[in-house]
Ligand binder design. Structure first.
Ligand code: 5AD
Ligand code: SF4
Length: 433
Protein backbone atom coordinates (compact mmCIF):
# COMPACT_ATOMS: atom_id res chain seq x y z
CA UNK A 1 0.00 0.00 0.00
CA UNK A 2 1.14 3.54 -0.82
CA UNK A 3 1.99 5.44 2.36
CA UNK A 4 2.66 8.87 3.86
CA UNK A 5 4.16 10.27 7.04
CA UNK A 6 3.10 13.72 8.29
CA UNK A 7 4.65 15.77 11.06
CA UNK A 8 3.21 19.19 11.90
CA UNK A 9 4.75 21.93 14.06
CA UNK A 10 3.48 25.24 15.39
CA UNK A 11 0.12 26.79 16.10
CA UNK A 12 -3.50 25.59 15.88
CA UNK A 13 -3.74 27.03 12.38
CA UNK A 14 -1.01 24.61 11.38
CA UNK A 15 -2.88 21.72 13.04
CA UNK A 16 -5.89 22.80 11.00
CA UNK A 17 -3.81 22.89 7.82
CA UNK A 18 -2.33 19.48 8.68
CA UNK A 19 -5.86 18.03 8.58
CA UNK A 20 -6.22 19.46 5.05
CA UNK A 21 -2.86 17.93 4.09
CA UNK A 22 -4.05 14.54 5.39
CA UNK A 23 -7.25 14.83 3.37
CA UNK A 24 -5.34 15.55 0.15
CA UNK A 25 -2.88 12.70 0.71
CA UNK A 26 -5.62 10.21 1.60
CA UNK A 27 -7.69 11.26 -1.41
CA UNK A 28 -4.64 10.27 -3.49
CA UNK A 29 -4.84 6.77 -2.01
CA UNK A 30 -2.03 7.16 0.54
CA UNK A 31 -2.33 5.62 4.01
CA UNK A 32 -0.71 7.12 7.13
CA UNK A 33 2.27 5.41 8.81
CA UNK A 34 3.96 6.19 12.12
CA UNK A 35 7.57 6.75 11.02
CA UNK A 36 9.20 8.45 8.02
CA UNK A 37 11.18 5.26 7.28
CA UNK A 38 8.03 3.39 6.26
CA UNK A 39 6.61 6.18 4.08
CA UNK A 40 6.88 6.87 0.35
CA UNK A 41 5.72 10.47 0.83
CA UNK A 42 7.15 12.40 3.80
CA UNK A 43 5.60 15.76 4.69
CA UNK A 44 6.75 18.31 7.30
CA UNK A 45 4.29 21.14 7.99
CA UNK A 46 6.50 23.83 9.48
CA UNK A 47 6.44 26.92 11.71
CA UNK A 48 8.94 29.77 11.76
CA UNK A 49 7.53 32.14 14.37
CA UNK A 50 10.67 31.88 16.53
CA UNK A 51 14.12 30.49 15.92
CA UNK A 52 13.32 27.56 18.22
CA UNK A 53 10.63 26.51 15.70
CA UNK A 54 13.21 26.45 12.89
CA UNK A 55 15.52 24.42 15.12
CA UNK A 56 12.85 21.83 15.91
CA UNK A 57 12.28 21.31 12.21
CA UNK A 58 16.05 21.04 11.60
CA UNK A 59 16.13 18.29 14.24
CA UNK A 60 13.58 16.23 12.29
CA UNK A 61 14.44 16.85 8.65
CA UNK A 62 17.77 15.01 9.02
CA UNK A 63 15.84 11.73 9.03
CA UNK A 64 14.27 12.62 5.67
CA UNK A 65 17.67 13.53 4.21
CA UNK A 66 19.05 10.12 5.19
CA UNK A 67 16.02 8.29 3.79
CA UNK A 68 16.22 10.19 0.49
CA UNK A 69 19.93 9.31 0.17
CA UNK A 70 19.17 5.63 0.64
CA UNK A 71 16.11 5.64 -1.63
CA UNK A 72 15.76 8.55 -4.11
CA UNK A 73 12.23 7.40 -5.10
CA UNK A 74 10.81 8.77 -1.85
CA UNK A 75 9.10 12.17 -2.07
CA UNK A 76 10.01 14.78 0.55
CA UNK A 77 7.61 17.74 0.87
CA UNK A 78 7.89 20.72 3.22
CA UNK A 79 4.78 22.86 3.71
CA UNK A 80 3.91 25.82 5.92
CA UNK A 81 5.56 28.96 7.15
CA UNK A 82 9.29 28.15 7.05
CA UNK A 83 9.66 27.70 3.26
CA UNK A 84 7.19 30.56 2.72
CA UNK A 85 9.52 32.89 4.67
CA UNK A 86 12.63 31.74 2.78
CA UNK A 87 11.10 31.06 -0.64
CA UNK A 88 13.54 29.70 -3.27
CA UNK A 89 16.47 30.08 -0.84
CA UNK A 90 14.91 27.25 1.16
CA UNK A 91 16.18 24.72 -1.43
CA UNK A 92 19.77 25.90 -0.99
CA UNK A 93 19.65 24.73 2.65
CA UNK A 94 17.59 21.60 1.95
CA UNK A 95 18.50 20.42 -1.58
CA UNK A 96 16.99 16.93 -1.06
CA UNK A 97 13.47 18.38 -0.66
CA UNK A 98 11.29 17.66 -3.72
CA UNK A 99 8.61 20.29 -3.14
CA UNK A 100 8.05 23.24 -0.81
CA UNK A 101 4.54 24.69 -0.49
CA UNK A 102 3.54 27.84 1.41
CA UNK A 103 0.28 28.16 3.39
CA UNK A 104 -1.52 30.03 0.55
CA UNK A 105 -0.69 27.25 -1.91
CA UNK A 106 -1.74 24.07 -0.12
CA UNK A 107 -4.11 23.13 -2.95
CA UNK A 108 -0.98 22.43 -5.11
CA UNK A 109 -0.20 19.42 -2.96
CA UNK A 110 -2.48 17.08 -4.93
CA UNK A 111 -0.54 17.70 -8.18
CA UNK A 112 2.81 17.35 -6.46
CA UNK A 113 1.83 13.93 -5.10
CA UNK A 114 -0.03 12.60 -8.15
CA UNK A 115 2.49 13.72 -10.77
CA UNK A 116 5.97 13.85 -9.21
CA UNK A 117 8.57 15.56 -11.38
CA UNK A 118 12.35 15.36 -11.22
CA UNK A 119 12.45 19.13 -10.89
CA UNK A 120 12.27 20.76 -7.48
CA UNK A 121 8.96 22.57 -7.10
CA UNK A 122 8.38 25.67 -4.99
CA UNK A 123 4.94 27.27 -4.51
CA UNK A 124 5.10 30.55 -2.63
CA UNK A 125 2.71 32.84 -4.52
CA UNK A 126 0.60 35.20 -2.48
CA UNK A 127 -2.79 33.80 -3.44
CA UNK A 128 -6.22 34.37 -1.88
CA UNK A 129 -6.58 30.65 -1.09
CA UNK A 130 -8.00 29.91 2.32
CA UNK A 131 -7.08 26.40 3.44
CA UNK A 132 -10.41 26.37 5.34
CA UNK A 133 -12.13 25.96 1.96
CA UNK A 134 -10.34 22.64 1.45
CA UNK A 135 -11.77 19.39 2.81
CA UNK A 136 -10.21 18.22 6.08
CA UNK A 137 -9.51 14.84 7.62
CA UNK A 138 -10.11 15.20 11.39
CA UNK A 139 -8.18 13.27 14.00
CA UNK A 140 -10.53 14.24 16.90
CA UNK A 141 -14.08 12.85 16.69
CA UNK A 142 -16.04 15.48 18.65
CA UNK A 143 -13.96 18.61 18.14
CA UNK A 144 -13.01 20.53 15.02
CA UNK A 145 -11.03 23.55 13.91
CA UNK A 146 -12.90 25.97 11.68
CA UNK A 147 -10.80 28.58 9.91
CA UNK A 148 -12.79 31.81 9.66
CA UNK A 149 -9.96 34.04 8.45
CA UNK A 150 -6.23 33.91 7.98
CA UNK A 151 -3.42 36.37 7.55
CA UNK A 152 -2.81 39.54 9.47
CA UNK A 153 -2.83 43.21 8.49
CA UNK A 154 -1.27 44.47 11.73
CA UNK A 155 2.40 45.28 11.70
CA UNK A 156 3.74 44.17 15.08
CA UNK A 157 7.44 44.87 14.73
CA UNK A 158 8.64 41.46 16.01
CA UNK A 159 6.28 39.26 14.01
CA UNK A 160 6.91 37.34 10.82
CA UNK A 161 3.30 36.14 10.44
CA UNK A 162 2.11 39.02 8.17
CA UNK A 163 5.08 38.27 5.91
CA UNK A 164 4.28 34.57 5.59
CA UNK A 165 0.50 34.41 5.87
CA UNK A 166 -0.22 37.60 3.93
CA UNK A 167 -2.97 40.16 4.58
CA UNK A 168 -6.25 39.38 6.37
CA UNK A 169 -8.66 37.28 4.36
CA UNK A 170 -12.05 36.15 5.64
CA UNK A 171 -14.27 33.30 4.55
CA UNK A 172 -17.89 34.13 3.84
CA UNK A 173 -20.52 33.53 6.51
CA UNK A 174 -22.29 31.02 4.22
CA UNK A 175 -19.14 28.99 3.76
CA UNK A 176 -18.42 28.89 7.51
CA UNK A 177 -22.01 27.95 8.37
CA UNK A 178 -22.03 25.29 5.65
CA UNK A 179 -18.88 23.66 7.02
CA UNK A 180 -20.21 23.82 10.57
CA UNK A 181 -23.51 22.12 9.60
CA UNK A 182 -21.52 19.34 7.95
CA UNK A 183 -19.35 18.95 11.07
CA UNK A 184 -22.45 18.67 13.30
CA UNK A 185 -23.84 15.99 10.98
CA UNK A 186 -20.52 14.18 11.48
CA UNK A 187 -20.84 14.21 15.29
CA UNK A 188 -18.81 17.29 16.21
CA UNK A 189 -19.92 19.07 19.41
CA UNK A 190 -17.17 21.67 19.83
CA UNK A 191 -15.64 23.97 17.24
CA UNK A 192 -12.66 26.29 17.60
CA UNK A 193 -12.77 29.25 15.24
CA UNK A 194 -9.29 30.08 14.00
CA UNK A 195 -7.72 33.24 12.69
CA UNK A 196 -4.52 35.17 13.34
CA UNK A 197 -6.83 37.98 14.46
CA UNK A 198 -10.43 36.73 14.72
CA UNK A 199 -11.78 40.13 15.79
CA UNK A 200 -10.87 41.43 12.32
CA UNK A 201 -13.24 38.87 10.80
CA UNK A 202 -15.23 40.27 7.86
CA UNK A 203 -13.37 43.57 7.46
CA UNK A 204 -11.87 42.51 4.15
CA UNK A 205 -15.12 41.14 2.69
CA UNK A 206 -16.93 43.09 -0.05
CA UNK A 207 -19.38 45.78 1.07
CA UNK A 208 -22.48 43.63 0.66
CA UNK A 209 -21.11 41.30 3.31
CA UNK A 210 -19.95 44.00 5.69
CA UNK A 211 -22.54 43.16 8.28
CA UNK A 212 -20.33 40.08 8.68
CA UNK A 213 -18.66 41.09 11.94
CA UNK A 214 -17.15 38.64 14.40
CA UNK A 215 -19.94 39.04 17.01
CA UNK A 216 -22.61 38.53 14.31
CA UNK A 217 -20.79 35.41 13.08
CA UNK A 218 -20.76 34.08 16.65
CA UNK A 219 -24.52 34.68 16.90
CA UNK A 220 -25.15 32.82 13.63
CA UNK A 221 -23.03 29.85 14.74
CA UNK A 222 -24.63 29.79 18.17
CA UNK A 223 -27.97 29.26 16.41
CA UNK A 224 -26.84 25.92 14.92
CA UNK A 225 -28.43 22.97 16.70
CA UNK A 226 -25.92 20.43 17.96
CA UNK A 227 -22.95 22.74 18.57
CA UNK A 228 -22.45 22.72 22.34
CA UNK A 229 -19.26 24.72 22.52
CA UNK A 230 -17.67 27.41 20.41
CA UNK A 231 -14.10 28.56 21.07
CA UNK A 232 -12.03 31.09 19.17
CA UNK A 233 -8.48 32.35 18.92
CA UNK A 234 -6.53 34.64 18.67
CA UNK A 235 -7.89 38.08 19.67
CA UNK A 236 -6.05 41.39 19.43
CA UNK A 237 -6.65 43.44 22.63
CA UNK A 238 -7.32 46.60 20.60
CA UNK A 239 -10.25 44.90 18.84
CA UNK A 240 -11.88 43.26 21.88
CA UNK A 241 -15.11 45.25 21.58
CA UNK A 242 -17.96 45.59 24.05
CA UNK A 243 -20.12 43.86 21.41
CA UNK A 244 -17.84 40.85 21.56
CA UNK A 245 -17.91 40.79 25.36
CA UNK A 246 -21.72 40.90 25.21
CA UNK A 247 -21.74 38.05 22.68
CA UNK A 248 -19.61 35.85 24.96
CA UNK A 249 -21.84 36.69 27.91
CA UNK A 250 -25.17 36.04 26.23
CA UNK A 251 -24.71 33.33 23.57
CA UNK A 252 -24.98 29.99 25.37
CA UNK A 253 -22.50 27.99 23.28
CA UNK A 254 -19.65 30.55 23.33
CA UNK A 255 -17.09 29.33 25.89
CA UNK A 256 -15.89 31.62 28.66
CA UNK A 257 -12.28 31.80 27.56
CA UNK A 258 -10.41 34.55 25.74
CA UNK A 259 -6.80 34.24 24.64
CA UNK A 260 -5.61 37.83 24.65
CA UNK A 261 -1.87 38.22 23.99
CA UNK A 262 -0.46 41.22 25.89
CA UNK A 263 3.22 40.73 24.86
CA UNK A 264 4.60 43.25 27.40
CA UNK A 265 3.56 45.38 30.37
CA UNK A 266 5.78 48.35 29.48
CA UNK A 267 4.30 51.32 27.56
CA UNK A 268 7.60 52.00 25.84
CA UNK A 269 8.05 48.39 24.71
CA UNK A 270 4.43 48.09 23.56
CA UNK A 271 4.94 51.24 21.47
CA UNK A 272 8.13 49.81 19.96
CA UNK A 273 6.25 46.57 19.27
CA UNK A 274 3.54 48.67 17.52
CA UNK A 275 0.77 47.00 19.51
CA UNK A 276 -1.39 50.17 19.55
CA UNK A 277 -2.51 49.90 23.20
CA UNK A 278 -1.02 50.85 26.56
CA UNK A 279 -0.83 48.60 29.64
CA UNK A 280 -3.75 50.56 31.14
CA UNK A 281 -5.88 50.08 28.04
CA UNK A 282 -5.15 46.37 28.17
CA UNK A 283 -6.05 46.07 31.85
CA UNK A 284 -9.26 48.03 31.21
CA UNK A 285 -10.28 45.46 28.55
CA UNK A 286 -9.53 42.56 30.93
CA UNK A 287 -11.60 44.28 33.62
CA UNK A 288 -14.49 44.79 31.17
CA UNK A 289 -14.30 41.13 30.19
CA UNK A 290 -14.25 39.89 33.78
CA UNK A 291 -17.10 42.26 34.66
CA UNK A 292 -19.20 41.24 31.66
CA UNK A 293 -18.62 37.48 31.58
CA UNK A 294 -19.03 35.32 34.66
CA UNK A 295 -16.16 32.86 35.29
CA UNK A 296 -14.25 33.96 32.21
CA UNK A 297 -10.69 32.66 31.81
CA UNK A 298 -8.13 35.01 30.31
CA UNK A 299 -4.88 33.62 28.92
CA UNK A 300 -2.06 35.49 27.24
CA UNK A 301 1.25 35.48 25.37
CA UNK A 302 4.24 37.42 26.69
CA UNK A 303 7.61 38.11 25.09
CA UNK A 304 10.68 38.93 27.22
CA UNK A 305 13.85 40.56 25.95
CA UNK A 306 12.40 42.62 23.10
CA UNK A 307 15.15 44.99 21.81
CA UNK A 308 15.70 47.84 24.28
CA UNK A 309 13.80 46.13 27.15
CA UNK A 310 15.34 47.42 30.40
CA UNK A 311 15.06 46.00 33.90
CA UNK A 312 12.29 48.45 34.68
CA UNK A 313 10.40 47.57 31.47
CA UNK A 314 10.53 43.95 32.58
CA UNK A 315 9.40 44.91 36.09
CA UNK A 316 6.39 46.60 34.46
CA UNK A 317 5.56 43.30 32.74
CA UNK A 318 5.64 41.51 36.11
CA UNK A 319 3.35 44.22 37.54
CA UNK A 320 0.88 43.80 34.70
CA UNK A 321 0.89 40.02 35.16
CA UNK A 322 0.05 40.47 38.86
CA UNK A 323 -2.72 42.96 38.04
CA UNK A 324 -4.28 40.83 35.30
CA UNK A 325 -4.24 37.53 37.26
CA UNK A 326 -4.01 35.42 34.11
CA UNK A 327 -5.42 31.91 34.03
CA UNK A 328 -2.49 30.86 31.87
CA UNK A 329 0.36 32.36 29.88
CA UNK A 330 2.61 31.28 27.04
CA UNK A 331 5.96 32.95 27.59
CA UNK A 332 8.70 33.43 25.01
CA UNK A 333 12.18 34.85 24.69
CA UNK A 334 12.26 37.42 21.89
CA UNK A 335 13.72 35.92 18.74
CA UNK A 336 14.87 38.13 15.85
CA UNK A 337 13.15 37.18 12.56
CA UNK A 338 14.70 38.28 9.29
CA UNK A 339 12.55 40.82 7.46
CA UNK A 340 10.83 42.22 10.57
CA UNK A 341 11.41 45.76 11.86
CA UNK A 342 12.53 44.65 15.33
CA UNK A 343 15.34 42.51 13.91
CA UNK A 344 17.03 45.76 12.79
CA UNK A 345 16.59 47.57 16.12
CA UNK A 346 19.60 48.49 18.27
CA UNK A 347 19.98 47.25 21.86
CA UNK A 348 19.24 43.58 21.27
CA UNK A 349 19.08 41.95 24.73
CA UNK A 350 21.72 39.38 25.71
CA UNK A 351 20.56 35.75 25.81
CA UNK A 352 21.48 35.28 29.50
CA UNK A 353 19.37 38.31 30.43
CA UNK A 354 16.42 36.97 28.40
CA UNK A 355 16.76 33.56 30.00
CA UNK A 356 16.81 34.99 33.50
CA UNK A 357 13.75 37.17 32.83
CA UNK A 358 11.89 34.25 31.26
CA UNK A 359 12.48 32.09 34.35
CA UNK A 360 11.22 34.80 36.68
CA UNK A 361 8.18 35.38 34.49
CA UNK A 362 7.35 31.66 34.29
CA UNK A 363 7.57 31.34 38.08
CA UNK A 364 5.08 34.20 38.50
CA UNK A 365 2.61 33.12 35.80
CA UNK A 366 2.57 29.54 37.12
CA UNK A 367 1.96 30.69 40.66
CA UNK A 368 -0.95 32.80 39.46
CA UNK A 369 -2.43 30.09 37.28
CA UNK A 370 -2.26 27.69 40.25
CA UNK A 371 -4.13 30.20 42.43
CA UNK A 372 -6.80 30.67 39.74
CA UNK A 373 -7.24 26.88 39.49
CA UNK A 374 -7.30 26.48 43.26
CA UNK A 375 -10.49 28.53 43.41
CA UNK A 376 -12.25 25.76 41.48
CA UNK A 377 -11.57 23.06 44.10
CA UNK A 378 -14.87 21.97 45.64
CA UNK A 379 -16.87 23.29 42.67
CA UNK A 380 -18.59 21.47 39.80
CA UNK A 381 -17.51 22.01 36.20
CA UNK A 382 -19.11 20.88 32.95
CA UNK A 383 -16.53 18.78 31.14
CA UNK A 384 -16.57 17.60 27.53
CA UNK A 385 -15.13 14.07 27.73
CA UNK A 386 -12.29 13.58 25.23
CA UNK A 387 -11.25 10.00 26.15
CA UNK A 388 -8.98 8.09 28.51
CA UNK A 389 -6.23 10.12 30.21
CA UNK A 390 -2.59 9.10 30.35
CA UNK A 391 -3.15 7.58 33.80
CA UNK A 392 -4.87 4.19 33.76
CA UNK A 393 -8.50 4.18 34.91
CA UNK A 394 -9.06 7.92 34.54
CA UNK A 395 -10.69 10.04 31.86
CA UNK A 396 -9.65 13.34 30.37
CA UNK A 397 -11.73 16.29 29.24
CA UNK A 398 -11.92 20.05 29.26
CA UNK A 399 -13.98 22.71 31.01
CA UNK A 400 -15.61 25.57 29.13
CA UNK A 401 -12.66 27.69 30.34
CA UNK A 402 -10.36 25.30 28.42
CA UNK A 403 -8.79 23.76 31.53
CA UNK A 404 -7.87 20.08 31.23
CA UNK A 405 -9.49 17.83 33.86
CA UNK A 406 -8.40 14.29 34.70
CA UNK A 407 -11.22 12.49 36.46
CA UNK A 408 -12.63 9.16 37.60
CA UNK A 409 -16.11 7.75 37.06
CA UNK A 410 -18.01 6.48 34.06
CA UNK A 411 -18.68 8.66 31.04
CA UNK A 412 -18.53 8.17 27.28
CA UNK A 413 -16.29 10.22 25.02
CA UNK A 414 -18.17 13.12 23.46
CA UNK A 415 -20.53 13.51 26.43
CA UNK A 416 -20.64 16.59 28.64
CA UNK A 417 -20.60 15.57 32.31
CA UNK A 418 -20.56 17.40 35.61
CA UNK A 419 -17.26 16.84 37.44
CA UNK A 420 -16.61 17.71 41.09
CA UNK A 421 -13.12 19.22 41.30
CA UNK A 422 -11.03 17.80 44.16
CA UNK A 423 -7.52 18.99 43.32
CA UNK A 424 -5.67 21.57 41.19
CA UNK A 425 -2.19 22.11 39.73
CA UNK A 426 -1.05 25.07 37.64
CA UNK A 427 -2.13 23.36 34.42
CA UNK A 428 -4.80 20.75 35.24
CA UNK A 429 -7.65 19.83 37.57
CA UNK A 430 -8.51 16.47 39.14
CA UNK A 431 -11.96 15.29 40.15
CA UNK A 432 -14.74 12.74 39.77
CA UNK A 433 -18.04 12.52 37.90
N1 5AD B 1 9.96 36.30 19.20
C1 5AD B 1 9.36 35.77 20.29
N2 5AD B 1 8.04 35.52 20.37
C2 5AD B 1 7.29 35.82 19.28
N3 5AD B 1 5.98 35.68 19.05
C3 5AD B 1 5.71 36.10 17.80
N4 5AD B 1 6.84 36.53 17.21
C4 5AD B 1 7.84 36.36 18.11
C5 5AD B 1 9.23 36.60 18.10
N5 5AD B 1 9.84 37.14 17.02
C6 5AD B 1 5.03 35.18 20.06
C7 5AD B 1 3.97 36.21 20.40
C8 5AD B 1 2.75 35.67 19.72
C9 5AD B 1 2.99 34.19 19.80
C10 5AD B 1 2.19 33.37 18.83
O1 5AD B 1 4.36 34.06 19.53
O2 5AD B 1 3.81 36.21 21.81
O3 5AD B 1 1.55 36.06 20.38
FE1 SF4 C 1 4.13 29.34 13.27
FE2 SF4 C 1 2.93 31.70 12.97
FE3 SF4 C 1 2.99 30.01 10.93
FE4 SF4 C 1 1.47 29.45 13.07
S1 SF4 C 1 1.22 31.17 11.63
S2 SF4 C 1 2.82 28.04 12.02
S3 SF4 C 1 2.76 30.29 14.75
S4 SF4 C 1 4.74 31.02 11.91
Amino acid sequence: MDTYYLRSFGCQMNEHDAERIRAVLESQGLAPVATPDEARVIVYNTCTVRRSADERFAGHIGAAARIKRQDPRRTIIVTGCLPQAEREAFFATYPFVDAAIGPQNLDRLADVVSAPTRERQGFFDDRPLLSGEMAGRRTRPFQAWVQIMTGCTNACSYCIVPLVRGPERSRTVQSILGETHALVADGVREITLLGQNVNAYGRDLPRAAQEATFPSLLAALDGIDGIERIRFMTSHPRDLSDDLIAAIATLPSICEHVHLPVQSGSSAILAAMRRSYTPDMYLERVAALRHGVRDVAVTTDIIVGFPGETGSDFAATLDLVRAAAFDGAYTFMYSARAGTAAAEMPDQVATEVKRDRLQRLIALTQQEARQRRQRLVGKRCNVLVEGPSRHAGTLRGRTRQNVTVNFTGTAVAGAIVSVLVTDATSTTLRGHV
